[in-house]
Ligand binder design. Structure first.
Ligand SMILES: [Zn+2]
Ligand SMILES: [Zn+2]
Length: 84
């Protein structure tokens, strides 16, 4: 696997909580709105962002699990990759 493949696989994944706003579907559909639809949370935005983790290392099938909160971004694999 090339370094680029690894970078693609280990993508940034945001853990979100409710942001407290009332976002609409129209906002969600606007690409620059920053509004995301999070399972179990609903529509939220960057203000509800708890932390960034690695999609590959810290989630299970694209969903956060109980260990996700211990994740970090960039993840260990990527840090290893950036080492000279
Ligand atoms: Zn918001
Ligand atoms: Zn990773």
């Amino acid at each position: 696997m090339s370094a680029d493949d690894v970078r693609k696989l280990h993508s940034k994944f945001g853990i979100y909580d409710e942001c407290g706003h009332k976002h609409t579907d129209e906002e969600y559909e606007r690409e620059d709105s920053g509004v995301v639809d999070v399972e179990g949370v609903g529509l939220t935005c960057e203000e509800g962002l708890v932390q960034w983790v690695c999609h590959e290392c810290d989630t299970v099938d694209g969903e956060p699990d109980e260990y996700t909160e211990y994740g970090e971004w960039p993840c260990r694999t990527l840090k290893e990759l950036e080492k000279p």
